[in-house]
Design a protein around this ligand. Structure first.
Ligand SMILES: [Zn+2]
Ligand SMILES: [Zn+2]
Length: 438
């Protein structure tokens, strides 16, 4: 096993597992932390993959990239979920390499791709997606891989168990026990336990700043805020966090308000209707509005989407007139809309994502606060993490009882090792690019 990302950083997971002649990757994500060291989009952005490799943001690996002109030497990529820090660098892989993922992940990645202009780092066009469900077992040459659903802040998240010639290796992806569907994570833990793993590769994001909360509690808190607000409620949350979207939808409805979502979010919501296993508010629901930003030119997908839902589309002037009837989902990139919106007295802003960044975008907190100060908007932070809390993680890892644990997706691997030191499993702190024998 070789870790090409996710080492001493939150995200950027790219884990190579080799067994006999079979080579697979778990995830192929982008590292926000590394990218931030050199780039500041949109004006300072990588122009080519060469720059990304030069700066060590995209690791040098033979036989995986479509630009290297060499024969493919990777048999498959298994994607745990659709967050950018796990999936974005699929952009660079050879299109003949199959990418296994859940149906929901495929929809989210393709739908977000459709709303983006051509981009070096987020291009999933022509990717050979092969979708699975829990209960499937996928054979890749000598290796069998079993995906099992887990709960995370994006739907369609999975952990994996790979049955290698030296025993089972489990990969948690990103997971939690305190979300809306803890039973799914429970199923994964049980499966791993029964597989008697030789190794578990585990996320360990939350080693500091941990809290005890739940999506249910988030709903109560949001309701408490919305019910008191006199003006507009501005809400910032991750586009693909369907649990949070449902929570905001219910809270808006309970308070006789509409939830206005961006066209980007509406597009993803519409595509997710295909997924029968998911509950997503319908765009034809009278409590849902599509918010069209003030700009001159619309992309083709925007024109088509607004034509399909004509009666539900509102612009900033209409929202401005009915501020006390709206919860407006707004991202950091929409702050310019406030100029026309002119939030009335008694309005407020709810940051319902992790700070300083969520797994889809970086939040420039300092600039956000300046906008809020200018318009007299107090800021509430109401959020529950997509990642498992330390004591729950310890209890889960104790149950899994692997010979070795590799903590990744964390800036606190050493803290993790000390915290876990009384488990029977040995913690191995992975180094980037080093090969580990299982
Ligand atoms: Zn992640
Ligand atoms: Zn994630």
């Amino acid at each position: 096993m070789t870790f090409y990302g996710g080492v001493n950083e939150i995200g950027g997971n790219k884990i190579l597992l080799e067994d006999r002649d079979t080579r697979i990757f778990f995830d192929f994500g982008m590292s926000y932390a590394l990218k931030k060291q050199f780039y500041s989009p949109p004006f300072l952005s990588p122009k080519t993959e060469k720059s990304l490799q030069e700066l060590g943001i995209l690791p040098k690996i033979d036989g995986i990239y479509r630009f290297d002109g060499k024969a493919s030497d990777v048999d498959a990529v298994f994607l745990s979920h659709g967050h950018m820090d796990h999936s974005a660098y699929l952009s660079f892989i050879k299109r003949e390499i199959p990418v296994y993922c859940g149906e929901t992940t495929r929809i989210i990645l393709q739908a977000s791709g459709e709303t983006r202009r051509a981009d070096l780092e987020f291009d999933v066009e022509d990717i050979d997606f092969k979708t699975f469900r829990t209960g499937n077992k996928i054979r890749v040459d000598s290796l069998e891989v079993e995906p099992v659903h887990v709960d995370h802040s994006v739907p369609g998240a999975y952990g994996f168990i790979a049955y290698t010639s030296n025993g089972a290796v489990a990969y948690t992806g990103d997971f939690r026990m305190h979300g809306a569907k803890p039973d799914m994570t429970r199923d994964f833990v049980d499966k791993v336990k029964h597989a008697e793993p030789v190794a578990v590769v585990s996320e360990a994001t939350n080693m500091t700043g941990a809290s005890v909360s739940s999506e249910r509690e988030v709903e109560d808190k949001l309701n408490c805020i919305v019910e008191q607000a006199n003006g507009i409620v501005l809400a910032s949350f991750a586009l693909s966090d369907v649990d949070r979207l449902n929570t905001f939808y219910r809270v808006a409805k309970r308070n006789s308000r509409c939830l206005a979502v961006s066209l980007k979010q509406a597009h993803v919501m519409e595509r997710l209707q295909e997924d029968k296993g998911l509950r997503v508010p319908s765009l034809s629901d009278e409590s849902v509005l599509l918010f069209r930003k003030s700009k001159k030119r619309m992309d083709k997908w925007e024109t088509q989407l607004t034509e399909r839902h004509e009666g539900q589309v509102v612009d900033v002037f209409e929202v401005s007139k009915r501020q006390c009837n709206a919860v407006l989902a707004i991202s950091f990139y929409d702050l310019e809309e406030l100029v026309e919106l002119q939030p009335s007295a008694g309005s407020c802003f709810i940051l319902s994502a992790s700070e300083p960044f969520n797994e889809e975008m970086e939040i420039d907190f300092e600039r956000l606060v300046n906008w809020l100060r200018h318009y007299g908007l107090p800021e509430y932070h109401v959020h529950v993490s997509g990642h498992i809390m330390p004591l729950q993680l310890k209890s889960v890892l104790k149950e899994m009882n692997a010979q070795k644990i590799f903590p990744i997706h964390t800036e606190n691997a050493e803290l993790f090792a000390k915290f876990m030191r009384d488990l029977k499993s040995a913690t191995v702190l992975p180094e980037k690019g080093k090969e580990y024998q299982i």
